[in-house]
Unconditional design. Structure first.
Length: 262
């Protein structure tokens, strides 16, 4: 059993305390798990820990909402995200029906940005409606079928919703990578959304980072006021996934991954 060495009186708190190595030969333990050798453990009862200097940074607001991910082409890893079923419980997919009686299913996904610069790395975007519903206005294109194609999953010419879902769950289990296009979408808050729904009016929205104002530094401001039938409405921009592409698509098209226009 590993034990923690007792700190010496007056010892420098910045010096780590190490767990004793009880492993077998090499760098692992007898059961093959990683060794605890050289794992630092701080003595959290040492009040000297609270005396370490740090910058006050009073000019920086820790509660400020970070700006949305810029419009652009991004490398991401994706994984399936549960939706709510007919009973409002978490489920891998939900079956629904269009007004004209067509039955379809949908699930959701999370896309985590992989940014080599580190500036936007780890930002997560969610697509809450990844469906098996053919889009008549787009040649009966099917979102799930297209995403699977981007992941190099070969599908038969004839397919059903069950197979599409199964293939999607299988393909996303390993959190594969692909490319996405993103765009700012300005939309009203929940209160204004309910006002528009009650009035039977379409929700106002603004697409595209270039449609938002800029500050003196040329940085886009993700807030905009627009005039509508129900008066002036405030819109706040959030990034949305606007398209999926296979790995290497940006390079093949002469584009760079990252913010558009970089």
């Amino acid at each position: 059993m590993s034990t923690t060495a007792e700190p010496l009186a007056g010892a420098d708190f910045a010096q780590p305390i190490y767990l004793e190595d009880q492993g077998g030969p090499g760098n692992g333990t007898a059961d093959g798990s990683p060794s605890l050798e050289n794992v630092p453990v701080l003595n959290l009862d040492d009040l000297n820990l609270l005396l370490a200097d740090m910058d006050a940074n009073q000019g920086e607001n820790p509660y400020a909402i970070p700006p949305p991910l810029p419009d652009g082409r991004w490398l991401v890893k994706i994984k399936q995200r549960d939706v709510k079923d007919q009973q409002g419980q978490p489920a891998r997919y939900k079956v629904d029906q269009t007004k004209d009686g067509r039955v379809y299913a949908f699930t959701a996904l999370d896309a985590t940005v992989i940014d080599a610069s580190g500036k936007y790395d780890g930002i997560v975007l969610s697509d809450y409606f990844v469906s098996t519903l053919p889009n008549a206005r787009k040649g009966n294109a099917i979102p799930l079928s297209w995403i699977l194609g981007c992941l190099k999953v070969q599908l038969p010419a004839k397919i059903n919703a069950k197979v599409l879902l199964d293939e999607f769950f299988k393909a996303t289990g390993a959190e594969p990578q692909l490319e996405i296009d993103t765009v700012w979408e300005g939309s009203p808050d929940q209160t204004d959304q309910e006002r528009f729904e009650q009035a039977g009016e379409r929700l106002p929205r603004v697409l595209g980072q270039h449609r938002f104002p800029q500050n003196a530094k040329g940085e886009s401001i993700p807030d905009l006021d627009v005039d509508t039938k129900l008066g002036k409405i405030h819109l706040h921009a959030r990034p949305r996934i606007n398209g999926y592409y296979p790995l290497g698509s940006a390079k093949a098209a002469g584009m760079e991954l990252g913010p558009r226009g970089r």
